[in-house]
Design a protein around this ligand. Sequence first.
Ligand SMILES: [Zn+2]
Length: 217
Amino acid sequence: MLLSNAHTHTLPVLGKEVAICQGSAIIADNNFYSVGIHPWHINLKDIESEKANILKTLGNSGIKAIGECGLDKKISSDLRTQNEVFEWHIQQSYRHNKPLIIHCVKAYNEILNIKKNNAKSPVWIIHGFNSSIEMAYQLIDSGCILSLGHHTLLNNKLQNLVKELDEHVYLIESDTKDYPILKNIYETIAHLKNTEIETLALIKLKLFKNIFQIADL
Ligand SMILES: [Zn+2]
């Protein structure tokens, strides 16, 4: 059984997991990655040289997504700068035809509005989705995919959402957690869906390959 992991900061467990690793976790060549500037790092980094570094890597066939990037209203860096940096990632996503992995904290309405102006963009994946059922459907209706992580283990509202979600609109991720938590999230979602973890794993793997344009594993 291979568990697909749409977003992680650690390397996958070989033979058990296939993952889109955040760029800073780049160690091995035979892996899949996303590259981008996390909103938390906007103040810490020389943005222009960071952009240049990202552009250099985008030709690598292992890079399957742009991100994580996005908007975070809980941090100190001003929203205008965050918006500019996010917009740059959106443009790279078009140019290289790769999905975007989006970090969003208390800015779901802003993300939704920007998405409405980018109706024909490559797929946007809302990583670690943790908002209302209403927002979930607004994002899905605008063409976004949700990526469900550890919040799903404890949040009753999210669990109710999962029960009714179509299989084509969500992926599963571990983010900063390790493989045992990923497996735990799969077990929880399989239970909510009244199915076996093996069945869920196959469905998610198919969607994962489709979204990240991975032909063979
Ligand atoms: Zn992350």
